[in-house]
Write a protein that binds this ligand. Structure first.
Ligand code: FES
Length: 386
């Protein structure tokens, strides 16, 4: 009932007295249908943001020496993975020995394939978790796959119509998804990929599979001469011919590539607003570790574990088998947001502090890129795997 204040004295009181009757009338008119358990909008939200999805390993293929493409089949009720933007990543979580580990991997399959229940990542054997995936993962194994995340994708509102992708090694993985998306029509832009590897045998795909009017691939070999392939590093001479007013530049690869590419782009005076780069995960610090005690509060449970000055608080928790939340592992997504109760700590030296002022004031940290400098006590949110 819309109640509009009356100018006539006493009129409002009179109407107010009549309200119980009006209310009763409306209640009587209301159908006795039970309140629905869910609404269409909740179902849509669940489809787009399902949290963690149980997935089965469908196939593992060695696409280049020590580089494996792993396909997952969704075990969710609707048999799908959520639609995503080509260039995004997912996390893969699994028990490894006594640890519970999670790592982010760029998706290499296409957005439409996700709706058909297929999701692919490509891993390079170069660390504890990727070694585990490459060596021990087999068909039928079950893992938890986090929902697609990250902002390393082309957005029509923000980006221009041509993407120049500068990729190094397995940093080409988000661009594989982008090329598939362009090919299938779920993305509408042109893409040129400068793809740097040491040797041709390290390439994850044959460029001719993707080449089309909208997709161009220029392989660049740094340690081998092959006819028809560019040689050297991806510098200004290789970048310049592919940059027009219509171009945005996306960079993904090892740390060295970022430095090299950023020097080249500076030299070409390309405005930083046109350059986007994927963030690398936070690595261990060099040097001899100092050992500390770490007390972790997680809801009603308290864990007393060891930590090392050279590894992040997140790695310490995972090594101890604690299911700690993480996604990007680079201090960007905020998913691991935790509170320091006591102790000294150091933010990863190669990161800028992306925390909000309130977080800094009330001692909230991102354990994925924070190292202990003393014994510490922290409060960490539990991981809900659904
Ligand atoms: S996992 Fe993304 S900020 Fe820590």
């Amino acid at each position: 009932m819309i109640f509009k204040k009356s100018d006539i004295p006493g009129e409002d009181i009179k109407r107010f007295m009549g309200m119980p009757a009006e209310r009763r009338k409306r209640i009587d008119e209301t159908p006795a249908d039970p309140i629905p358990e869910t609404y269409a909008v909740n179902e849509l939200a669940k489809t787009l943001h399902p949290g963690y999805i149980k997935a089965e390993v469908k196939k593992k293929t060695e696409v280049a020496p020590d580089r494996f493409t792993i396909s997952f089949r969704s075990c969710s009720e609707n048999g799908r993975f959520p639609f995503f933007r080509a260039g995004q990543y997912v996390t893969v979580s699994s028990n490894v020995g006594g640890s519970f580990a999670t790592r982010p991997y760029s998706i290499t399959s296409s957005p439409f394939e996700a709706l058909g229940g297929l999701l692919e990542i490509t891993v390079h054997k170069s660390g504890f978790f990727s070694d585990f995936l490459a060596d021990s993962f087999k068909e039928g194994d079950i893992v938890f796959v986090g929902e697609p995340s990250g902002d390393f994708y082309h957005d029509d509102l923000r980006d221009r119509g041509h993407v120049l992708a500068i990729a190094g090694g397995t940093g080409v993985t988000p661009f594989i998804s982008m090329m598939k998306a362009v090919r299938e029509g779920s993305e509408d832009f042109r893409i040129t990929v400068l793809y740097g590897v040491k040797f041709r045998k390290e390439m994850l795909f044959d460029p001719s599979v993707f080449e089309s009017e909208r997709i161009k691939i220029i392989p660049v070999l740094s340690d081998e001469y092959v006819e028809g392939y560019a040689h050297g590093f991806i510098g200004p001479d290789l970048i310049k011919p592919h940059v027009t007013e219509e171009t945005n530049i996306f960079v993904c690869g090892p740390e060295a590539l970022y430095e090299y590419a950023s020097e080249a782009l500076n030299e070409l005076k390309i405005d930083s607003s046109r350059i986007r780069s994927e963030h690398n995960v936070c690595r261990d610090l060099p040097g001899e570790p100092v050992f500390y005690k770490l007390k972790v509060h997680m809801r009603d449970t308290v864990y007393d574990i060891d930590s090392r000055s050279t590894e992040t608080l997140l790695v310490a928790m995972e090594r101890a088998g604690i299911k700690a939340p993480s996604k990007c592992r680079s201090g960007i997504c905020g998913f691991c947001h935790s509170r320091v109760i006591s102790g000294e700590y150091l933010l990863a030296p190669d990161r800028t502090d992306s925390r909000r002022l309130a977080d800094i004031k009330f001692e909230y940290i991102h354990p994925c890129c924070t190292f202990p400098l003393s014994d510490m006590e922290i409060d960490v949110p539990p991981l809900d795997l659904g």
